[in-house]
Ligand binder design. Structure first.
Ligand code: SF4
Length: 345
């Protein structure tokens, strides 16, 4: 299995190094300049409807494009104390959606307690699931647990064929993903009217922008049903962010500047006005607050006077906070934008 950037002592394991590369791109103007031209700078939040908890970087996979640099070797995981703090703060709000991500969030020993407590608070819970985790012997009852708590499953599946998916996510991952989706389908997931949502996320395998969502969703639906009898609710397309292991791929393949230019040329003011950081609060494994999961991975916590840690959580100061942006944000504003409401692992 491949190793994380950190385990390989790759310089790109450093957020500072990534930010340096991003800030010095020669093919795109500074993001803030483009936003100012669209009357969107400085960018402010419009409220918080998604409470996104990243419970850590531990994962059973090491995907090539992972923006978290997650993997089996990563040890950073949310403690019981911080997980409890998440729930305490959530209870003070009426934020309707709790979005749990990682790594493979289910491998955090506090994952199930977070789900149970958030559902007790009557919040809609989303699990950003890599699918293969459902087949681990230690997670034999996970699918039933998710169904019992009516957790929405958002699962990454780069393509409906094994070769492209395995190229990005590791050998054998496609077959495991299919087996996991069949398991979820048997429990009612992905079937119209069951209320158990199985949504897929497609991201391009190379240095290009995703195709039109409607077309690719229809193709996935047809092919997964025909070849594997698998059904799902919706498919979202996302753009690969030029950070972490995808940045490594761009640099190694000589595609970095071309990709940044492609993103900048596809800047869409409508997508920029609707970026997820405007309605999301992202919480790191140690309780640090961020505007989004991407900023989290670049070590860019909240700024401009907003509280920086969950213990200082103050909805009134967070709702209209000014957002921290940079050239990586071009990944959210290209074309129709990334529409799954956040990152997947
Ligand atoms: S990368 Fe984060 S801060 Fe930048 S536009 Fe996207 S969601 Fe907002």
């Amino acid at each position: 299995m491949a190793l994380s950037l950190l385990a390989r002592h790759n310089p790109l394991a450093s957020a500072e190094q990534q930010l340096h590369i991003l800030a010095n791109s020669t093919t795109c103007p500074p993001f803030e300049q483009r936003m100012a031209a669209a009357s969107l700078h400085p960018l402010h939040a419009t409220g918080i409807t998604v409470f996104q908890i990243n419970v850590g970087k531990l994962c059973n996979q090491t995907c090539r494009h992972c923006h978290v640099d997650a993997g089996p070797d990563r040890k950073e995981i949310m403690s019981r104390e911080t997980a409890e703090l998440c729930i305490t703060m959530l209870a003070k709000t009426d934020i309707p959606t709790v979005d749990i991500t990682g790594g493979a969030p289910e491998l955090n020993p506090n994952f199930r307690r977070l789900v149970e407590q958030a559902t007790q608070l009557e919040r809609h819970v989303m699990d950003r699931c890599n699918l293969s985790v459902l087949l681990l012997p230690s997670q034999a009852d996970l699918a039933e647990f998710l169904a019992r708590h009516r957790v929405e499953v958002i699962a990454s599946l780069p393509y409906f064929r094994a070769s492209q998916t395995d190229a990005q996510r590791g050998n054998g991952v496609f077959d495991k993903s299919i087996e996991a989706m069949q398991l979820l389908n048997r429990l009612g997931y992905g079937h119209e009217g069951s209320g158990l949502l199985l949504n897929l996320v497609h991201n391009p395998v190379g240095a290009f922008l995703p195709p039109k969502q409607e077309a690719v969703e229809a193709q996935f639906r047809r092919e997964l049903q025909r070849a594997h009898g698998v059904t799902f609710n919706h498919l979202y397309t996302i753009t690969n962010m030029p950070i972490s292991r995808f940045l490594e791929f761009l640099m190694d393949s000589g595609n970095y500047e071309g990709y940044m230019e492609r993103l900048a040329n596809a800047f869409n003011p409508a997508a920029a006005a609707g970026v997820m950081c405007r309605y999301t609060l992202s919480i790191g494994w140690d309780g640090t607050l961020y505007d989004c999961d991407f900023n989290q991975m670049l070590d860019l916590p909240l700024n401009h006077g907003a509280p920086r840690h969950l213990r200082d959580f103050d909805p009134a100061r967070l709702h209209r906070r000014r957002i921290v942006t940079g050239n990586h944000c071009y990944g959210c504003t290209a074309g129709t934008g990334s529409s799954c409401g956040g990152a997947v692992t």
